[in-house]
Design a protein around this ligand. Structure first.
Ligand SMILES: [Zn+2]
Length: 147
């Protein structure tokens, strides 16, 4: 059998059978298992219900898990806060029957000039069109720059 490209890491490896598409590296096996679970959750309602029950039992045994997670990962907590506000805004618009414009979140540079010139600090750059993770950016004032 010939070597093939691993779907996880992109390196060539010798598969044990014709169904193997991930190499044996731990990261690739985690990716394979995560893909299997995503597909199983999407296609097997009994499995999904069992996982929800198992997760809620686990969380009930660790009541401070999310509080501790947020205090240990302030960046992720801040990112989620921003994304939750966007989800809430979208849900409110849907509940009110408003058509949320697709271009919400795209800044018009000329429309907000006085505000833009005062913006500096840390912000989350949240893509509204492309599906990708939010990116944390830092906007700094340039000394002697435009006002
Ligand atoms: Zn691999």
């Amino acid at each position: 059998m010939d070597t093939i490209l691993c779907l996880g890491c992109g390196t060539f490896f010798l598969p044990r059978n014709k169904f193997q598409v991930y190499c044996s590296r731990p990261g690739c096996q985690l990716a394979r298992k995560a893909l299997w679970q995503r597909q199983k959750l999407a296609n097997d309602p009994d499995y999904a219900q069992g996982q929800r029950l198992s997760n809620s039992k686990w969380l009930a045994s660790k009541p401070n898990y999310w509080k501790d997670y947020r205090s240990q990962n302030p960046d992720k907590a801040a990112r989620n806060c921003v994304l939750q506000k966007l989800r809430n805004r979208k849900r409110t618009a849907i509940l009110k029957g408003l058509d949320m414009p697709r271009h919400v979140g795209i800044a018009k540079m000329d429309a907000r000039k006085p505000l833009i010139s005062q913006l500096f600090g840390e912000f989350w750059l949240v893509p509204m069109i492309a599906k990708m993770d939010a990116v944390k950016i830092f906007i700094a004032a340039i000394p002697g720059g435009p006002e």
